[in-house]
Design a protein around this ligand. Structure first.
Ligand SMILES: CCCCCCCC/C=C\C/C=C/C(=O)SCCNC(=O)CCNC(=O)[C@H](O)C(C)(C)COP(=O)(O)OP(=O)(O)OC[C@H]1O[C@@H](n2cnc3c(N)ncnc32)[C@H](O)[C@@H]1OP(=O)(O)O
Length: 290
């Protein structure tokens, strides 16, 4: 992941650190683990760029780095907003790494699912303004990342799609994926889309309200910066309290049922029938390629 921004440097152990201007002021801080880059310039707006080829799958390692990056930004008082995008052409994120859910131990599934929960709790509950610049396809967990942001701008290419397609894999979107979806598009659209496991091409996603606007791909980052400026023009405390008011019930629900949710996931994913569905899905992906 690639994360970039400016302001007070508070992170980056072992990575490239802060550039110092002659007056000793930080010019920018570039922090990156291997899977994303992060930069925070003077504007106080960080840019986080996923860079985990081939398709930015959300592996345990990726999720861990994502959560740590979010925590570092959240704790950096100079950082007020983050734009999330991808360095890979055509892919924002392919969602959860299916190989993390196939043929592994119960302990591994537990650790993996806790990391998925942690990422979502941090992103959905963030005090920062979060804007997703969706520059490619974004199925399932990738859609969750985008939906957890405050605003979604997608490249207008109809070949790019977004949605919670879990049902197509023979699995079920967990209740907090569903809650996030309902909060974005409303109950009816969420119900139909979830039951069918629909992946919506960008224009349809826009019509449904799953993304807030479409722009030509080359204008995506420029537009994301403009939207960010608009959101940051308001006092932080008022915006943050409002955001909390809108999202708290859904966040609290997972916090209250976190261990139960992990148990459900581990039991569900360990079933031979589910393992078989996931293996078949992976085989289908490989065949589609050849
Ligand atoms: C009773 C209640 C109990 C509750 C229990 C809850 C259980 C719920 C559990 C989990 C929720 C799941 C969430 C998810 O996110 S699952 C993941 C869903 N993702 C997808 O369906 C996307 C699949 N991928 C694609 O459609 C395409 O790859 C693409 C559109 C993203 C990119 O297409 P393209 O550029 O053509 O690339 P390839 O298809 O050729 O892929 C390249 C390479 O990457 C592998 N790959 C793709 N996606 C994934 C993935 N998500 N995880 C792991 N690996 C992936 C693909 O197989 C190729 O591999 P290669 O052949 O070895 O090169």
């Amino acid at each position: 992941m690639l994360l970039s921004g400016s302001g007070k440097p508070q992170f980056g152990e072992g990575n490239r650190e802060v550039g110092e201007a002659p007056l000793g002021r930080p010019v920018w801080a570039a922090v990156g683990g291997s899977l994303m880059s992060l930069c925070l310039p003077f504007t106080g707006v960080a840019t986080m760029k996923f860079k985990s080829p081939p398709v930015n799958s959300l592996s345990l390692e990726f999720l861990t780095e994502f959560s740590i990056s979010l925590e570092k930004l959240e704790n950096n008082r100079a950082c007020r907003g983050v734009i999330i995008t991808s360095t890979l052409p055509k892919i924002f994120s392919s969602g959860l790494d299916i190989t993390e859910m196939c043929g592994k131990s119960m302990e591994h599934y537990t650790e993996f699912w806790r990391a998925v929960q942690e990422m979502w709790l941090r992103l959905y509950g963030s005090n920062m303004v979060t804007v997703a610049a969706v520059n490619g396809s974004s199925p399932a967990g990738g859609c969750l990342v985008a939906m957890s942001c405050d605003y979604r701008i997608m490249a207008e290419n109809p070949k790019f799609s977004i949605g919670l397609n879990e049902a197509q894999l023979g699995i079920v979107a967990p209740f907090w994926f569903k809650d996030t979806f309902v909060n974005v598009v409303g109950h009816r659209i969420a119900e139909r889309s979830l039951q069918l496991g629909s992946l919506h091409p960008a224009p349809e996603a826009h019509k449904l309200g799953l993304v807030d606007e479409l722009v030509p791909e080359e204008k995506l980052m420029e537009r994301a910066a403009a939207v960010m400026a608009q959101w940051l023009a308001l006092p932080d405390h008022a915006r943050q309290l409002t955001k909390t008011m809108m999202r708290k019930a859904v966040l609290d629900r997972l916090v209250a049922h976190r261990e139960e949710d992990i148990k459900n996931f581990v039991t569900f994913v360990s079933k031979e029938s589910i393992q078989k569905s996931l293996r078949m899905y992976m085989e289908m992906l490989k065949k589609r390629k050849s």
